[in-house]
Design a binder for this molecule. Structure first.
Ligand SMILES: *Cc1c(COP(=O)(O)O)cnc(C)c1O
Length: 391
């Protein structure tokens, strides 16, 4: 008999009832150190007082009022995102996939509004992940996500991530945009070389294409900058953010320059729930914390520290760890065993991590993780690797 919850996930037999900072408490009372953070969503950890207060206050005033009216929270959060990024304008939605759908629509509409409706194709990267809607699985291009959902949405071409020649060769008269993640997340924590991103920008400019960045996972401080594109010194035309933006409240945004959004007039796009007052209260509170002077510098520092500790553990267990890679607090390592097994062993020892492509174990703790918690996590990791060496 099919479970009442549609069985689309391979879930661990574990449920949590409470969270506090970097810790999660299971229904059996056991405490876990959370280096998964809801897959890079709980950017401020669990139960952050500022976030709780903001949401409780808004919950007592107004939950939802529809985009038939002005939503002051949207105007405030959009103004802050615009003031702190390349963008001139923001559309709010509820998830990463929706943010990326909007990015793709903005790119197509841009060329349509410029008299080139034939330019609709988007060049994407192998190993990409942009969400699970019909268009975003087409953009991701992964067989395992497309299987059984044909016909595939038309208009997405794929080239190897990091290969500029292949990308330039793929540009055609009907190409509208280039879409990549600055650091591939689900694909296996693969940082894009800053020079590669700069050359993508140059290619987009040369051929009149829009550069779309998927910062759903990298955005809002994860890599030690507010947005990962800042590491390369370039800016996109369109960008999707979501995961960390609401600190656990479902919210996403598509950011764009005024030029890129030229086609997005009244009636062209919409969302019933997108940017509702609760979501905006959460995002505003996250931005309060993340934009506080010094916060991102500390993420940068603590990310570098976690990287050094992880490198040291990897060096101590060369027979168990093949590679460490990542950027900021978006790190991963490749165990010399199936990553699913490694994740399960770590979980059994009280440390939550997430698998990613290319057999990677992902470490994406809250941005508020402390040095002591990193030490604790590395102790669990060393112990777990030691157990695996001598079973
Ligand atoms: C998680 C993720 C998405 C999809 O977000 P959902 O909220 O699950 O729809 C898209 N792009 C990237 C890079 C992601 O990491």
């Amino acid at each position: 008999m099919i479970p009442v919850v549609m069985p689309t996930y391979a879930r661990a037999d574990l449920a949590f009832e409470r969270g506090e900072g970097a810790y999660l408490f299971a229904t059996d009372g056991r405490r876990y150190l959370d280096f998964a953070a809801g897959v890079a969503v709980n950017s401020l950890g669990h139960g952050h007082p500022r976030l709780v207060a903001a949401l409780v206050e808004q919950a007592g005033k107004l939950w939802h009022c529809s985009n038939l009216y002005r939503v002051p929270g949207q105007e405030r959060v959009a103004a802050r995102l615009v003031a702190n990024s390349f963008a001139d304008t923001a559309f709010f939605c509820n998830s990463g996939a929706e943010a990326m759908e909007c990015c793709i629509k903005v790119a197509r509409k841009y060329h349509h509004a410029g008299g080139h409706p034939e330019r609709f194709r988007v060049i994407c990267a192998d190993g990409a992940f942009h969400g699970r809607t019909l268009a975003t699985i087409a953009a991701g291009g992964q067989k395992k996500h497309l299987e059984g959902f044909a016909p595939v949405v038309e208009g997405f071409d794929h080239v190897p991530y990091g290969n500029l020649n292949a990308l330039r060769d793929a540009i055609r008269p009907d190409t509208a945009a280039i879409l990549v993640e600055p650091v591939q997340g689900e694909g296996g924590i693969i940082p894009g070389d800053p020079d590669y991103l700069r050359r993508l920008r140059a290619a987009a400019d040369e051929f009149g294409l829009l550069l779309i960045l998927d910062e759903v996972q990298t955005g809002v401080g994860r890599t030690g900058r507010l947005f990962a594109y800042e590491h390369s010194g370039i800016a996109p035309d369109i960008m999707g953010v979501a995961k960390g933006l609401g600190g656990g409240f479902p919210v996403g945004a598509c950011l764009a320059t005024e030029a890129a959004a030229r086609g997005m007039t009244a009636g062209t796009h919409g969302s019933t729930f997108g940017g509702n007052p609760l979501a905006m209260a959460a995002a505003d509170a996250v931005l309060d914390v993340v934009l506080e002077p010094g916060f991102l510098d500390e993420v940068d520092r603590i990310g570098a520290l976690l990287r050094r500790r992880l490198d040291a553990v990897a060096a101590a267990f060369p027979a168990m760890v093949e590679e460490v890679r990542g950027l900021g607090l978006m790190l991963g390592f490749k165990p010399r065993m199936p990553n699913t097994e490694m994740v399960a062993k770590l979980r059994a020892n009280g440390l939550l991590t997430v698998g990613a492509g290319d057999n990677v174990v992902r470490l994406v703790p809250p941005l508020t993780i402390t040095e002591t918690q990193i030490d604790d996590a590395m102790t669990i990791l060393s112990h777990t690797l030691g157990e695996a060496v001598t079973p």
